[in-house]
Design a protein around this ligand. Structure first.
Ligand SMILES: NC(=O)C1=CN([C@@H]2O[C@H](COP(=O)(O)OP(=O)(O)OC[C@H]3O[C@@H](n4cnc5c(N)ncnc54)[C@H](OP(=O)(O)O)[C@@H]3O)[C@@H](O)[C@H]2O)C=CC1
Ligand SMILES: CC(C)CCC[C@@H](C)[C@H]1CC[C@H]2C3=C(CC[C@]12C)[C@@]1(C)CCC(=O)[C@@H](C)[C@@H]1CC3
Length: 330
């Protein structure tokens, strides 16, 4: 039986490039594009089928910032498939981002320029909002909607004879100091994106502890800095036009400037080809690109501890109980 692969956020950017690359690697794979916007999803499917006319590509509507939508999508997946081999938890947002120009100038003149321009540490803040479920939007989209999705899909994921790989799209911007166990939704701060990505690193570690024995393996990747709708949303388009030559020159000093969605998907494609038992649960797999555009994957230890991961995981289970009870009461 051919591998079944589910990709969230497959309608654009890194998710769409990943689907293209997966079909090049394994043309017979059964791809399910889980997208919020079905018009965009259909357009992506058409592009994939133009290059691979015999490919098995299906679409699934899901808005990961809505629990109702996630529950509906999970039951649809259970009707369509008996087992999922790979789940790429890739959909993500960074809404209303503000770039701190003063910090950018100060950083460029400092010794920490490469670190700052690779992680955006101290450069970016976001304005978050609250969803109809009463949760912080960035938290629900980037983390909790996906968490509920995999919890609902457990029967299709946990099968010791046939492993399943979960692959979270994390970020270089994931930062321990932006995350707080007592405000894990990041309702008080201005770095909801950093916090949600650090949260995905923690969840991945906890999932491995709880589910490896049942054949479920979780990993995190960082695609590097990729020019997609998400990054273009940070600055007005004329700024990007001005910055573009400098951004390409960044490759002289930073290997994380992967820039194209194709390059950004390198770590995801690499993980697709690995035996999950051979992976390190405490490592993040980074897509990197040389000056000459050659892509490679760099494993780096994450700044996470297993105790925090476990406490956070228990908090998510508690929140899951609350929101499902609230939803059932309506
Ligand atoms: N670009 C970069 O430099 C980096 C990106 N990342 C991460 O990579 C992932 C992909 O982002 P990228 O390709 O850059 O950006 P894009 O904006 O191009 O892609 C994001 C995808 O997520 C989907 N999405 C957003 N919100 C929802 C939702 N509520 N429900 C379902 N799908 C949703 C989008 O759907 P729609 O098409 O409908 O908007 C889109 O398909 C994200 O998790 C991002 O955080 C990590 C590090 C660096
Ligand atoms: C390079 C130029 C001289 C100036 C570019 C300034 C900023 C627009 C970029 C500097 C660091 C970048 C960055 C991201 C977006 C664009 C910058 C802020 C991300 C936050 C994009 C999404 C991610 O997940 C991170 C890994 C990126 C980190 C670096």
């Amino acid at each position: 039986m051919e591998a079944v692969v589910l990709v969230t956020g497959a309608s654009s950017g890194i998710g769409s490039a990943l689907c293209k690359r997966l079909l090049q690697e394994a043309p017979k794979v059964r791809l399910c594009l889980a997208c919020r916007n079905m018009q965009k999803a259909a357009a992506t499917k058409a592009v994939l089928l133009t290059a691979h006319p015999a490919a098995q590509v299906t679409l699934l509507q899901v808005d990961v910032s809505s629990l109702e939508s996630v529950l509906r999508a999970a039951s649809e997946i259970q009707c369509r498939f008996q087992h999922l081999d790979y789940v790429f938890l890739n959909a993500g947002i960074m809404p209303n981002a503000h770039l701190n120009f003063k910090a950018l100038v100060a950083g460029v003149l400092s010794g920490k320029v490469v670190h700052m321009l690779s992680t955006a540490e101290g450069l970016l803040t976001q304005e978050d909002s609250v969803t109809a479920d009463g949760l912080q939007k960035v938290f629900e989209t980037n983390l909790f909607g996906h968490f509920i999705l995999i919890r609902q899909l457990e029967p299709l994921l946990c099968c010791s004879e046939k492993p399943t790989q979960l692959i979270w799209t994390s970020s270089n911007n994931a930062r321990k100091s932006a995350f707080n166990l007592t405000d894990y939704q990041h309702s008080k701060g201005k770095e909801s994106y950093s916090s949600s990505k650090y949260a995905s690193d923690l969840v991945s570690v906890a999932l491995n502890k709880h589910f490896n024995k049942q054949g479920l393996y979780s990993s995190v990747v960082c695609p590097g800095i990729v020019m997609t709708n998400l990054t273009y949303g940070i600055l007005p388009s004329f700024f990007w036009k001005l910055l573009m030559p400098i951004i390409w020159m960044m490759r002289f000093i930073a290997k994380t400037y992967t820039l194209t969605p194709h390059n950004g998907a390198e770590a995801q494609v690499w993980l697709f080809k690995q035996k999950p038992e051979s992976l390190d649960a405490l490592v993040k797999y980074h897509s990197c690109t040389t000056l000459w555009g050659k892509t490679y994957v760099e494993p780096r230890k994450m700044d996470v501890d297993e105790e925090t991961a476990e406490i956070f995981y228990q908090k998510l289970l508690e929140l899951e109980k609350q929101v499902l009870a609230r939803l059932n009461a309506h």
